[in-house]
Design a protein around this ligand. Sequence first.
Ligand code: PLP
Length: 397
Amino acid sequence: MPRHAAVHVDLDAVAHNVAVLKDLVAPAELCVVVKADGYGHGSEDVAAVAVAAGADRLAVALVEEGQELRDVGIDAPVLVLSQPPPDAMVDAFAAGLNPTVDTAEGIAAAAAAAGGTPWPVQLKVDTGMHRVGCDPADAVDLARAVLDAGLELQGTFTHLAVADEPDRPETDEQLELFAAVLAELAAAGIDPGLRHAANSAAALVHPAARLDLVRVGIATYGVPPSADLELPVPLEPAMNVRAEVSRVRSVAAGEGVSYGLRHRFRSPARLAVVPLGYADGVPRRLGELGADVLIGGVRRPMRGVVTMDQLVVEVTDGPEVAVGDEVVLIGRQGDEEITTGEWAEMLGTISYEIVCGFGPRLPRRHLTRISHGAGFVDGWADRPAGPEPDPSGGGGS
Ligand SMILES: Cc1ncc(COP(=O)(O)O)c(C=O)c1O
């Protein structure tokens, strides 16, 4: 029996976002980031749709994530965004992934795994994020080590720390430092390959950061990187979290609800139970914060703490609610919409954490629109699992 709760992923929204982003950043290449199971949307389907919609490359955080894409027949180039552990290089090579390197040990491990083949790898330079990436002063030596080891330098890149806060000066400072590193490589006669720095925020609002390629994650999924950004293109959210009402009940004035009975009703109330909870990725605190869900096209507040498998909403006001009615936690219903940004703001976090938080227990349904025009959707069809066949035959590097 399928659960009466699921993450519905609108793959047409993903295709739309990829197309508008590609257009926006051209002639830069578009690399779509599908790590963390496609930010919770299902990496295999998102990757297949993104490539079909024009993504030039994909990026993942882990070698295993890249292998999963290969296992379902996705053969687009895949960048592993941080240097894999030395013992993962053999698997990365076998899967035809392009690893990041940022240490001499990583380069040696990559060369050993490649066994003399000019495997394309990319060099990551730390220009201020101070997480991973080599010291700028070491970039020329490491780039030379890549070439001396018989590897190909496919790209040289950095990562921006505050691109989602457009008024801060550090983005330009990081880009200046990156430009200085590129100039040193040029002076040493080394071709840096693809030069890149931009994540979604920079790709959207910082044209100077686009360089040869942008690495776009959150925007692919139609989620603004932050509430502060004015988006230059319309993005469509792909994630919809929906369930069905499992129980409807009445409680008397003075009764409480959920663990701790922390919410008490001053007057008689009608409650609806929704069969998903914090084990599915709905934060426990949201209930106490009074976050809304949509039922019957109307906002209804959660009451009491969210429990592991279920949450309770008050439906005293508004149209009558019955068992089986659709509940929208994230997404649209009628004229109303609840975004991941709304949850993020209530919880003091970012939308990234919300979309990645919906757990594997919650089934993903990948949907395409049956017919639509002028923003109107008539219905939805399940998309068969796995990638669409690639008519060109593809070819990773
Ligand atoms: C190195 C790197 N590039 C690009 C991205 C994509 O970032 P965003 O989702 O903000 O586009 C990430 C995500 O964390 C990353 O780590």
